[in-house]
Design a protein. Structure first.
Lengths: 491, 493
């Protein structure tokens, strides 16, 4: 069993074990077991980072075995510079989520922890799969644990949110399934993604495939106008659910663009790039404005996620080194920052049981440690230099300037709007006088909460100051991808 | 070829003899649990299944002077039918015991049902098909009416009988037209006669319309679906399971025998009809299922839509006049159906497990809070629901994949549109399957829900059934290959 297989199946196995334990009377043991499982799952991904060869764009850590002979489906795994970082990132966020849910979740603890571990393994599978059907199986299977997480541990409108989440995402991916089967047919009976990369296709077929992929990935990213499930899902999901959604699940869609849309249908991608750029800019500008007027902190961060993901898709579809690498860096960075923002909201919610901005004010007076970290993440969210948020946005804007100055100018408004909605929220929540008795009674972070926020703060700063390990890994793969996209595959 | 080849009908002989034996033995059994009869029945089903399994590779194509055919497809389907009956009986035994239905009739009639199925899967002659069909149907009508004092069940039985008789009439009428035109009842001879091109096509088309209508009724495809919700709802759950499980395999078998082996030359005609039937079934079944509050009714409508999906695979066999894709298309349908039956067995088994004397547990709301009351049962039920919805990694996904693949690889735009329609309708389907999961996990336990009567044996069967759904979902290759081989051999002969 290869490294990637272990990274996929270890958390799933621990998750299933937790499901089997299933009772709340041994919650303490369940929590520790979940933590050990999550940490072990993170540790097994570390050789990926240390053993990764940054000089090649070829797939590394490959595994290749027959799976379903009838359709020539193979259990084929591997990572390149595009996908590698997401494997440890997923495992890392799972550790954070387990810590975040430690005392907060008291109902069906085993199921909660188990669901997140299984979800973690499935998401690693999505990033590591090199077989179209294997990818699809993992991609779809992630819906089940998330549906359960939102539905059981979510807020008052959780059922509505869970259904909306599931059906929206399923609608998109079912069309992709038809596209995958079509590619299987066209390639003479192969589900191998790398074979598909080389497959010549007619213009009309490329366009249809492009839109089928767009249906799946745009919902997942989510892009405007199919983003409406995200605020609902985020608001109703428990803190851990929001963290995983924002930090990893949204990236599955963006990753899909790089693994499927761009290399498999490059001509259609170039032809329709204006369309994606337009949608991305709408997401950046319009959703930024929408975020400005939110009353609910989680909703605000959710809309901010949509805007930030708009940056990612913008970067991908300007077809330049800076754009694509910038988009990838933005994906990783947004994973840390949005995860941290949702954790901060969770910390407040656990104490006051409200997510309304108006319910707070002057938190800094009673929770100084928390406020310091919270402000740091907020600054990172608006892209302050020195934090990870800056690197990706800056790269994407730089790439866009080379293509068209006015597009870049429009994209750069995010720095204004991002700062506006984030800082305004910070002002209203953290600063000012103590607003009410609830805030007065707040206790500062305990050790567990401090630990989970602190490791994220370190990650955010590290990536902001020294992004080289991330960009080095991507460089060659992104270069190869762009070379590939530049060549026509038309029949 | 006029040999008798008794060997290939050993399973049928065993079933017939044992059905009589059980009927007689039951007279002398006073044991309130009737364990002897139950175990004798199970033993017979196992024996019949083993015989069918052993006969898959025996190379004796025809028997009883060409009345029956012995091929891999027939024996494989019959084998799965036996497995389905064993599982059905296991689920049903405690259920019927607590409802005063644990009589010899139940077992004898069930054995006749399986005998009918067995005859149908190996029929090589129009009349043998009809014989098997009637044997199965009449036994099922009687089983539905087994609770004489139960108004809804009796009504369902009447409805089932009247509409079923009508459908049998359709089928018989269609077959008589075919006989008139081709001067043969023997399926291969009919095939040759149609292929000769000497026969008036309008007579054949006329005949095939009636045949398809009759088959559509048995499969429960729209617009011949009216009986399905009422019978599924009205029949005692044990009998619903009998109707919804193994007989579907038989219906598929006679569809293959009649339409493919007999009338492949008319594929252009019947494929168009099947397209209409399947799209209508997908739409009506899925949309109507949303509105149901009764679980059995919902599953009935879901069955209609699933049959529509299965039939879609049958439509892709002959594309622009060539039959290259036939094996692919029909084996996809077969795989879809086998996996569907497996999942349905578990679903109804679960309903029976949760019910008890005076509490049928057939409303969707009866499942409320099951995730808390019985996490294992709720987990297994969720697996069934996700499988019916076609979400990976459950086996239902691969059934859908196989059928969609058969449609898309025809590379005809019309079929690709069909595939898109199918996935959109399965999106609608996902909604009501998910609703079950929602009720089990997200809703609070309703007051006054009686405690679940635990039964070790049955819960083990349920767990195995759920395990099969997930294991076949992770490793579906073997079953797919089995279906493919069976269909390819059937087509080659």
């Amino acid at each position: 069993m290869g490294l990637l297989s272990v990274a996929i199946w270890l958390p799933i196995a621990v998750g299933l074990l937790l499901f089997a334990l299933g009772r709340d009377d041994n919650a303490v043991m369940v929590r520790w077991l979940a933590l050990i499982g999550a940490v072990a799952s993170l540790l097994v991904t570390l050789p990926l980072i240390t053993g990764f060869d940054v000089t090649t764009a070829a797939m590394q850590f490959q595994e290749n075995q027959p799976w379903i002979d009838r359709f020539n489906v193979r259990y084929r795994l591997g990572v390149d510079g595009i996908s590698m970082w997401f494997v440890p990132l997923t495992a890392f966020m799972t550790v954070v989520v387990v810590i975040a849910g430690w005392e907060v979740i008291t109902d069906r603890v085993a199921h909660y922890m188990g669901a997140f571990l299984i979800l973690s393994g499935l998401m690693v599978g999505v990033f590591a799969a090199l077989d179209g059907l294997l990818f699809y199986v993992f991609f779809e299977a992630t819906l089940i644990p998330m549906y359960i997480i939102i539905g059981i541990w979510g807020g008052p409108k959780r059922v509505y949110a869970a259904f909306k989440f599931f059906l929206y995402t399923l609608a998109g991916s079912l069309l992709m399934l038809v596209a995958l089967i079509y590619l299987y047919y066209k390639s003479g009976g192969s589900f191998d993604i790398l074979t598909w990369h080389k497959l010549p296709l007619r213009g009309g077929a490329q366009t249809l495939l492009f839109f089928a992929f767009l249906a799946a990935f745009s919902v997942k990213v989510p892009m405007w106008p199919v983003h409406t499930w995200l605020p609902d899902a985020h608001v109703e999901a428990p803190t851990g659910g929001s963290v995983v959604l924002a930090a990893i699940m949204l990236k599955l869609g963006a990753y899909g663009f790089l693994r499927f849309s761009l290399p498999i249908v490059p001509d259609a991608s170039r032809e329709w790039a204006w369309f994606i750029i337009a949608l991305s800019l709408i997401a950046v500008v319009y959703i930024g404005l929408v975020a400005l007027v939110q009353q609910d902190m989680k909703k605000l961060v959710a809309y901010s996620s949509v805007a930030h993901m708009g940056f990612v898709t913008l970067g991908f579809f300007i077809f330049s080194d800076l754009g694509v690498s910038g988009g990838l860096v933005q994906m990783i960075s947004h994973g840390f920052i949005s995860g941290a923002m949702f954790l901060c909201i969770g910390v407040l919610y656990d104490r006051v049981h409200s997510r309304e901005i108006a319910a707070y004010g002057g938190v800094v007076n009673t929770m100084p440690k928390f406020a310091a970290l919270g402000v740091l993440f907020a600054m990172a969210n608006c892209g302050l230099p020195g934090t990870s948020g800056f690197v990706g946005e800056w790269m994407v804007i730089l790439g866009t300037v080379k293509m068209n100055f006015w597009l870049a100018a429009l994209a750069a408004t995010t720095l204004v709007f991002g700062a506006a909605y984030t800082l305004w929220m910070v002002k209203r929540v953290y600063f000012g006088d103590v607003a009410n008795a609830n805030v007065k009674a707040l206790a500062d972070l305990n050790a567990r909460e401090f630990a989970m926020l602190a490791i994220l703060a370190v990650a955010v700063l590290w990536m902001g100051v020294y992004p080289k390990p991330f960009t080095d890994v991507m460089n060659v793969s992104v270069g190869e991808l762009l070379k590939h996209v530049a060549q026509s595959k038309l029949l | 070829m006029s040999d008798f080849n008794w060997l290939i009908i050993y399973p049928e002989i065993v079933l017939l003899v044992m059905a009589c034996v059980v009927a007689i033995v039951d007279l002398y059994v006073t044991d309130p649990q009737r364990r002897v009869t139950y175990w004798l029945t199970q033993l017979t089903f196992v024996a019949a299944g083993a015989l069918h399994l052993g006969l898959i590779d025996v190379n004796l194509p025809y028997g009883l002077q060409d009345m029956v055919v012995s091929d891999a497809m027939g024996h494989t389907l019959a084998f799965f039918a036996c497995v389905a009956m064993v599982i059905t009986m296991a689920y049903a035994q405690p259920y019927i015991a607590s409802r005063d239905m644990l009589k010899g009739e139940f077992f004898t009639l069930s054995m006749f049902v399986l005998l009918g199925i067995s005859v149908m899967t190996s029929a090589n002659n129009f009349l043998v098909i009809y014989l098997g069909l009637e044997l199965m149907s009449l036994s099922l009508y009687a089983l539905t009416a087994l609770r004489r004092d139960h108004a809804i069940a009796t009504e369902a039985a009447m409805k089932y009988f009247v509409l079923g008789a009508l459908a049998s009439g359709f089928l018989l009428y269609g077959l008589s037209m075919m006989y008139g035109a081709t001067r043969s009842l023997n399926i291969p001879e009919v095939f040759t006669a149609i292929g000769s091109g000497q026969i008036n096509p309008s007579v054949l088309t006329f005949g095939v319309v009636f045949v398809v209508a009759g088959l559509a009724f048995k499969l429960g495809a729209v617009p011949f679906h009216m009986w399905v919700p009422d019978v599924y709802h009205g029949a005692p759950t044990a009998v619903t399971l009998l109707i919804g499980g193994a007989p579907k395999l038989a219906a598929f078998a006679i569809t293959m025998r009649l339409l493919v082996e007999g009338m492949l030359g008319l594929a252009v005609d019947w494929q168009q009809m099947l397209v209409v039937l399947s799209v209508a079934s997908l739409v009506v079944g899925n949309l109507a299922a949303i509105a149901q509050s009764n679980l059995k009714r919902m599953l009935a409508y879901s069955t209609i839509s699933q049959m529509g999906f299965m039939l879609l695979g049958m439509t892709a066999g002959v594309v622009t006049g060539n039959t290259l894709s036939a094996g692919n298309a029909y084996s996809s349908s077969m795989f879809y159906l086998v996996t569907y039956v497996l999942t349905t067995l578990g679903t109804f088994g679960m309903i029976m497990y949760l019910s008890r004397q005076g509490h049928e547990s057939e409303e969707i709301s009866d499942l409320a809070g099951l995730g808390k009351r019985a996490p294992w049962l709720a987990g297994v039920m969720s697996l069934f629901m996700f499988s019916l919805a076609g979400v990976p990694p459950t086996v239902g996904f691969y059934g859908k994949l196989a059928v969609l693949q058969a449609l898309v690889t025809t590379n005809v735009p019309g079929y690709i549109v069909l595939a898109v329609v199918a996935v959109l309708m399965s999106l609608v389907g996902a909604y009501y399957y998910l609703r079950i999961v929602k009720v089990m996990y997200f809703d609070a336990i309703a007051a006054g829900t009686p405690a679940i009567e635990r039964h070790q044996g049955i819960s083990a069967v349920l767990a195995l059934n759920g395990g099969a759904v997930i294991v076949l979902g992770l490793l579906p290759g073997g079953l797919m290959a089995l279906c493919r081989d069976a269909i390819l051999k059937a087509l080659a002969s």
